[in-house]
Every structure is written in C-alpha cells, then in structure tokens.
Write a protein that binds this ligand. Structure first.
Ligand SMILES: Cc1cc2nc3c(=O)[nH]c(=O)nc-3n(C[C@H](O)[C@H](O)[C@H](O)COP(=O)(O)O)c2cc1C
Length: 278
C-alpha cells in the first residue's frame, strides 16, 4: 500500500520539496519523522521492566567489530544526580527527569579482555576512542527511538563533556571509560516542537560530494525556519561584537554559536585517562 507522508515531511523540512512519490505505508516511519527532544516530564515514573527492555533494545544496536564498547550508567542516587545537575545549572532537566542515564564509550573492556586472555591490547589510540564513541552514540540513539516508541520523551546531554573530570569522579569512571552523553528520560509534560531539518538537497549526495548550492539552500531554509519560529532579538548571540542581524536565522545562530569553543578540557582529560589518540 502506498502512502503520502506530506504532513510529516512538511513538519520536518518546512516544505514539500523532494517528497517521495507513493512510498510504502510504514507507521513507525511517520513517528520518527515527527520525533522531537523533550526536556519537561510528568512525575509518572518509568517502570523498571520497561527501562530494562529499552536497554536491551538499545544494546541491540550495531557494534563495530562486535567489540561492544559501551557502558550505560543509571544515576539513581539523589546525591550523585544533584552533583551532576549542579554542573549545569541552566539545564534543570538533568536533575528533574524521572530517569537519568549516562552513555559511556568503554575502551577499557577490550583491554581487560586482553588481560584475561593473555593478549596485549592497546585500545587507547584514536581508532579505539572513535570506535567506542560511535558505538555509544548508536546505543544512545537506539535507546531514544525505542523510548519514544514506548511514549517516553528524551533529551541527550552532551554538556557533561564540558566537565569530564567531575563526571568521572561522580560516576567512578575508570581510565578509558568516558561520557559520550547523559540522557534524560520521562513521560513528556508537553507536546514539544519539531526541529526543522536541512533539506536532503544539502545533506544527501549522489556519487560525489557537492555543496555548491549550500548558500542558496541554507538561505531558503533559514526563511522557512524563521516563518515557523523567529528567534527573539534578545536571544541573538554576541550582539556586542557581531551586532544585531535583521534576519537572525538558523545559520546565523549556529555560525555565532560555533565561534564559542566547547569541551576544551576534553582532550586533556582523555589523555590523562590513558588515551594516546595516536
Ligand atoms: C549528542 C547530543 C547531545 C545533546 N546535548 C544536549 C544538551 O547537553 N542539552 C540539551 O538540552 N539538549 C541536548 N541535545 C538535544 C539537541 O539540542 C536536539 O537534539 C536538537 O536541538 C534537535 O532537536 P530535536 O532532537 O528535537 O530534533 C543533544 C543532542 C545530541 C544528539
């Protein structure tokens, strides 16, 4: 049976350009097209059997070389959660969410397997770090999609990486186990908003990379986003140095945001916890 995804497509991209003709009807794909991050939750607890099921689904994600280099820590103890939340006071959802998980890249386990089996394993090179980080991201996103399918809402929290030493101390992370992101989980308190994505014309290429029409495509995208939601003037970043923009669109906002370095302590932290990153 073919279907039209026009409503979901427009919600995701802001227009109907590139809408596939007569694709098959797959309800779950409609749900994913309409997905969104949630940062406010009701007090309804997340039942433990559901949480375990979601973790099992999440760990079903693909894994580079079947190395399975991910560890997830659920932060149950109030005092530990409060200490994590205090690291980022402007994101109260870290402390308020019914469940808080931390998804870690685990480059340590493979070295421990080496010890157990009498093989010398150095998993601290860039490859070892990268593989574990990718695996953790895949488990994280699989958890999110599974949780959303179960009616939950989630918010990943990468700002933890701005405080890697404190996070490692709070969670007792050993060398070569590093936080990729926290995750707030709970039943959504509000419908939330869909964050419009760049068109496939920008993000999808055939046979060869080509970004020659980026400027035009992004300008049109900025206008579509602005028509749905204009960033208020008082939220423009760095007006004192960059001035106020007449059209302060997504690209202006992201370009300004990206001038401010983030996670600067992370490379030194990784080296201190055993990664050479060679
Ligand atoms: C790896 C990762 C880290 C994120 N870190 C944070 C964070 O620290 N705080 C936060 O409020 N949202 C965080 N987010 C949520 C993003 O802001 C959100 O996914 C993005 O704005 C797109 O919105 P959508 O998920 O609703 O489409 C993160 C998302 C990802 C994938």
């Amino acid at each position: 049976m073919s279907a039209s995804y026009e409503a979901e497509w427009r919600a995701r991209f802001g227009d109907g350009a590139g809408l596939p003709q007569e694709p098959p009807e797959i309800p779950w794909l409609r749900q994913v097209l309409m997905r969104r991050t949630h940062r406010r939750y009701t007090e309804r607890p997340v039942a433990e059997p559901l949480l375990r099921l979601l973790l099992a689904v999440a760990f079903s994600a693909s894994s580079k070389s079947d190395f399975q280099q991910v560890s997830v820590i659920e932060v149950e103890e109030r005092a530990r959660r409060d200490r994590l939340a205090a690291l980022v006071p402007d994101m109260p959802w870290i402390g308020n969410a019914p469940v808080f998980l931390v998804f870690c890249g685990d480059s340590r386990r493979l070295e421990r397997l080496g010890e157990l089996r009498g093989c010398e394993v150095d998993n601290g090179k860039l490859e070892g770090f990268f593989n574990a980080a990718i695996d953790a991201a895949l488990v994280l996103q699989t958890f999110i999609l599974a949780a959303e399918t179960a009616g939950l809402g989630c918010c990943p929290i990468s700002v933890l990486r701005n405080h890697p030493r404190a996070v490692a101390e709070i969670l007792d992370l050993p060398d070569k186990v590093f936080p990729v992101a926290g995750l707030c989980v709970g039943y959504p308190a509000a419908a939330g908003h869909i964050s419009m994505r760049l068109p496939l014309e920008v993000t999808f290429h055939v046979d060869r990379y080509d970004d020659s029409s980026l400027g035009q495509a992004v300008a049109a995208y900025d206008l579509r986003r602005d028509a749905r939601y204009s960033i208020p003037r008082e939220q423009q970043r760095q007006p004192e140095t960059l001035g106020f923009a007449a059209l302060y669109g997504w690209s202006e906002d992201k370009a300004r945001q990206a001038t401010q370095p983030e996670g600067q302590g992370f490379p030194a932290y990784l080296r201190a916890c055993g990664f050479s990153l060679d």
